[in-house]
Ligand binder design. Structure first.
Ligand code: TXA
Ligand code: MG
Length: 344
């Protein structure tokens, strides 16, 4: 693990060019990168993450021009091309992955055999430099063992994947703290396959109404999904988790629900709800109380979500009760992750 310097970036780029694996910071979460055109290097990503081969990777580029290297424009019609350029002009670089017909040069293992690829131009400067210096596109899933919480710090990567990879570039805490939004431009209808760091409203302002993959939230599908990030077991902390609405959080008699639970953690969305909850007398000892955002700011809550779940996971807690966010803006992505993490 090395801090980000010109030297460590150069080392990282050498490793990528030679078919190795480098974990690097992005504005969403840390990625585990390999040369997107090297099938052996890509196979290693699946191996070290213990990731099923049917789960496709996101391809990262460092300029809009590089899109032509990874997507096949001959398969994109005029109308879609216009929408793509609008999105790229306004929302890239940033936390948006766009699913497009893939360029034939991208090996099938990168896209799990799909003829499409999810492509992202990240805004994190280290990520951009690493991609540029490598002189290639970098395929990178989140740098965590399959199914577990995404890493928002280099330290999370080290404890999850440790010595299985060639280098971890430590670029501090991920600014957004939640994965990118995955938007599919290849179907008849434009769809969000995974809510994430780019808000639905920002996309709809540019290209009009879009859909969310039906049953996306919390749906349990084993095979027939178009974005396997929809598997319910994804993004899970090790500790069992139950989600509550704001009203349930305040009104439910915690004692009755938590009978038998030894060390309970309560995860509030905002201080206001916590304060309401505290007004009634509780007989149960709560081991940890956390708040995602004092003022209920969704961006702050998103950036603290995985961070806080990692912390709770390391605190010997037997159960987490987490409050859902208001279901709009980034709240959509926060709730998506909480519901997937819950074991209802
Ligand atoms: O923010 C992020 O997206 C991070 C950083 C590292 O960029 N990456 C990330 O990758 O979260 P990963 O592999 O954990 O999640 C990728 C998601 C999965 O849900 C996958 O199914 C979906 O993107 N995906 C990738 N390629 C796809 C494709 N061709 N069609 C549909 N979904 C795709
Ligand atoms: Mg992931």
């Amino acid at each position: 693990m090395l801090p980000v310097t010109d030297e460590s970036l150069k080392k990282g780029a050498d490793i990528i060019r030679n078919g190795g694996l480098v974990a690097f910071p992005t504005e969403t979460v840390y990625g585990l990168g390999a040369d997107a055109f090297n099938p052996q290097a890509l196979a290693r990503i699946f191996e070290v993450k213990n990731r099923p081969y049917f789960d496709p990777l996101i391809i990262h580029i460092a300029s809009v021009n590089a899109l032509e290297e990874v997507a096949d424009f001959s398969l994109i019609n005029e109308e879609t091309r216009k929408k793509l350029l609008l999105l790229a002009d306004n929302l890239w670089p940033g936390p948006l992955s766009i699913v497009l017909p893939k360029n034939k040069k991208i090996p099938g293992i990168a896209t799990a055999g799909l003829q499409t690829a999810a492509i992202r131009f990240p805004s994190n400067e280290t990520a951009q430099k690493l991609i540029s210096l490598s002189g290639t596109a970098i395929a990178a899933p989140s740098a965590n063992p399959f199914g577990s919480l995404s890493p928002t710090r280099a330290e999370h990567v080290r404890s999850g994947l440790g010595d299985k990879i060639d280098l971890i570039l430590d670029g501090g805490v991920s600014q957004i703290g939640l994965e990118s939004t995955v938007l599919d431009l290849t179907g008849e209808k434009i769809k969000i396959l995974r809510p994430g760091g780019t808000q639905r409203e920002a996309i709809e302002n540019l290209i009009g109404c879009i859909e969310t993959e039906s049953g996306g939230q919390g749906a349990q599908k084993d095979h027939a999904f178009s974005s396997p990030g929809q598997m319910k077991s994804h993004y899970s902390p090790k500790t069992p988790l139950t989600v509550f609405s704001r009203e349930e959080m305040i009104n439910q008699p915690t004692e009755a629900i938590c009978a038998g639970i030894e060390r309970l953690a309560l995860l509030f969305f905002d201080n206001a709800t916590r304060d309401e909850w505290q007004k009634t007398e509780k007989h149960l000892k709560i081991a940890i109380i956390k708040v995602l955002s004092k003022t209920g700011d969704p961006a702050e809550a998103a950036s603290n979500l995985f961070e806080t779940l990692h912390e709770i996971d390391n605190s010997n807690i037997s159960h987490i009760i987490a409050q859902l966010a208001p279901q709009h803006g980034l709240g959509e992505a926060i709730n998506d992750r909480l519901i997937r993490a819950s074991n209802i």
